[in-house]
Every structure is written in C-alpha cells, then in structure tokens.
Design a binder for this molecule. Structure first.
Ligand code: GTP
Length: 204
C-alpha cells in the first residue's frame, strides 16, 4: 500500500442498506449502480452465485471509471441458500408466501459475495460471508401481512433482519451485517489483503 494515498470507496450497489452500513462505520462511499443483469449468472450454488455477481458488479463499474489510483470499487451480492435452492429477491408476492411457508421454523444460510478492486493497481480481493438464519415459526396470517407490506419483495431471501422481518428471525449465527448486505469485518479483511487499513477510509 502507498501510505500517502487517501483512498476512496465506490460502492457498486443500489442497496441503501449497504450504503448505510458503510456510513455508520465512518465510510462515506460514492454509489455507482452497476446495472448488471443478475440473470446472466447460471451458477447453481449460493456461494458461486453471490461471488460471481459481486465480481461482475464491481468490474462493470470499475471498467467505466477514469483511472484513479485512490479509487477502490466494492461489489456485493446476497442470496439465501435454503434446502438446496438459491433464493434472491422473490419475483412475486405468491413466491414470497410460498418461500415463507417453507422456511418458517427452519434455517437457511445467507451468502453475501464481496469483490473489491483497485482501479489502477489491479489489486483485488474477494470473499463470501455466510450467516446462518433461524426463522421463527410464523403463522399464515403473519406471512400474509408481511408479504402485503411489500418489504419481502425488495430483499434477498424475502426477509430482513433490521426491518419488519426482524420479528420473524429467532436468531443468527455469524455477522448480522452480512445478512443486511455487507459484512464490515469481511471488508476489513479484504482491505487488509490489499495492505489498506480500513481506518484509512474513515471520514476525516
Ligand atoms: N435492510 C436490509 N436489506 C436486506 C436484508 N437482506 C437483504 N437485503 C437487501 O436485499 C438486496 C439483495 O439484492 P442484491 O441483488 O444483492 O442487491 P440489490 O439491492 O439488487 O442492489 P445491487 O447491488 O445494485 O444489485 C440488497 O439491497 C440487500 O441490502 C436485510 O436483512 N436488511
């Protein structure tokens, strides 16, 4: 790492939750949405899918930026692995109801792929964070009401930890930020792999 560079982080994600996690951690990320068509990734497991999409988002944004040695681009993608299936955002209310009816009282693993790349250095680091999520044994009425709120349709796995869905998650094993969409301790390790202390990204 060049110690005289004041690095800046570009978040290649439309996720307000991801940006809020960074802001809360002292990092004012610039947002450039990748616009990646997520259907292009055909991987059949959550680990590969989340990492391939995170990489694609970061690289798509990086490729369209002017060469700036201080710029770092972070792409993320979250999917839920549940009973052999890989769930992103539900396509419809009916799908969200079907998923919750299957998930209640059981657990799944939320995978968030993270890919970090330096624009000029070519340095890059990537990893997948995994968090086991134990779902409450919710009632049909609770499922109907939750889906009617619209929230499940906006998020990977059809649930949130920090929104209305928080009432329907009994406990988790692993990093909560990873469920919300970005794991800060994992980001710290990726930056360290590139010899960049996360503290160097803190707002002054
Ligand atoms: N607030 C909140 N958001 C969640 C949670 N779980 C998943 N999400 C969001 O669900 C979305 C997962 O879809 P992705 O395809 O990874 O990201 P996206 O929102 O489509 O945005 P891009 O990165 O631009 O593709 C992200 O916005 C996550 O932040 C949660 O527990 N809380």
């Amino acid at each position: 790492m060049q110690t005289d560079i004041a690095y800046r982080l570009i978040l290649a994600s439309a996720s307000p939750a991801r940006r809020a996690l960074l802001t809360g951690a002292g990092i004012d990320a610039e947002v450039i949405v990748s616009g990646v068509d997520e259907s292009v990734v055909e991987a059949d497991d959550a680990y590969t899918t989340s990492l391939a999409l995170a990489r694609m988002k970061a690289r798509t944004v990086a490729a369209n930026l002017p060469a700036d040695p201080a710029a770092l681009v972070l792409g993320c993608d979250s999917v839920l692995a549940f009973e052999g299936e890989v769930f992103g955002k539900p396509d419809s209310a009916d799908e969200a109801i079907k998923r919750w009816t299957a998930m209640r009282g059981k657990s799944g693993v939320l995978h968030t792929g993270h890919h970090l790349t330096g624009l000029v250095s070519g340095l890059q680091a990537e990893a997948v964070g995994t968090t086991t999520v134990h779902f409450a044994d919710v009632t049909d009425a609770e499922i109907e009401a939750y889906v009617a709120s619209g929230e499940p349709l906006q998020v990977a796995g059809a649930f949130t930890l920090d929104g209305r869905g928080g009432a329907f998650v009994e406990r988790i094993e692993g990093d909560p930020g990873n469920v919300i969409g970005l794991s800060l301790p994992l980001l710290r390790r990726l930056l360290a792999d590139m010899n960049i202390p996360i503290t160097s990204l803190w707002r002054r």
